[in-house]
Design a protein. Structure first.
Length: 203
């Protein structure tokens, strides 16, 4: 057997990478085709959210299921990161966040919106910080790609604890809690829905 050499190996890996990219693009197009016609940004948000939930490779993640990590996703750049045990309230002891590369709920939505808009539109912070950058929309007109928050959002007081990406039909994609992975849940899975919120900034 002859040695293919580094150039041949690089070409072979390049072809495989192109094939994998084409397969991923095909899947994303299929997902887009199966959803209702939506504003472009909302189509991108739901397509990216489903791809992440399915474990597809994304900028900042090599692929595979993404675990929940308390404080994960709040690094200088959006995307999976090691979490923190500061303020940890999860049931799994001792706190696994500092050794778990992953996302918490607002880290997930921050990353998805960053990928969809091409910049960090939600910015750093937690669910309370993010909801203040969005506009509430009535449940009757909520669209896939909007964010769904839990807790209380009033004129004077904001105290939220969870967020997910609404994907229609009463469902959301979210990072639920320690010990789980990014997944699809019903919006009604938590009983303190604060409402649906939409980013209305420029593309």
């Amino acid at each position: 057997m002859t040695d293919a050499g580094p150039h041949r190996l690089r070409d072979l890996l390049g072809h495989r990478r192109q094939a994998a990219t084409a397969a991923l693009l095909g899947m994303l197009l299929l997902l887009s085709a199966s959803t209702p016609t939506l504003p472009a940004a909302l189509n991108r948000i739901t397509t990216i959210a489903y791809a992440i939930e399915a474990g597809s490779h994304q900028p900042g993640w090599w692929g595979g299921a993404i675990p929940y990590s308390w404080g994960g996703g709040h690094g200088e750049e959006p995307g999976p990161s090691f979490g923190t045990c500061r303020g940890y309230t999860g049931a799994i002891k001792p706190c696994p966040a500092t050794r778990t590369l992953g996302l918490d709920c607002s880290g997930l939505t921050r990353w998805i919106y960053h990928l969809a808009y091409g910049r960090d539109v939600l910015g750093p912070g937690n669910t309370d910080d993010h909801v203040k950058r969005l506009k509430r929309v009535p449940a009757a007109v909520a669209k896939p790609g909007d964010l769904v928050f839990y807790g209380k959002v009033g004129k004077r007081k904001v105290r939220t604890h969870h967020v997910g990406v609404y994907v229609g039909q009463g469902k959301m994609i979210n990072a639920r809690r320690t010990g789980t992975e990014v997944r699809v849940d019903r919006v009604a899975a938590l009983d303190d829905l604060a409402g649906y919120f939409r980013y209305s900034g420029p593309l």
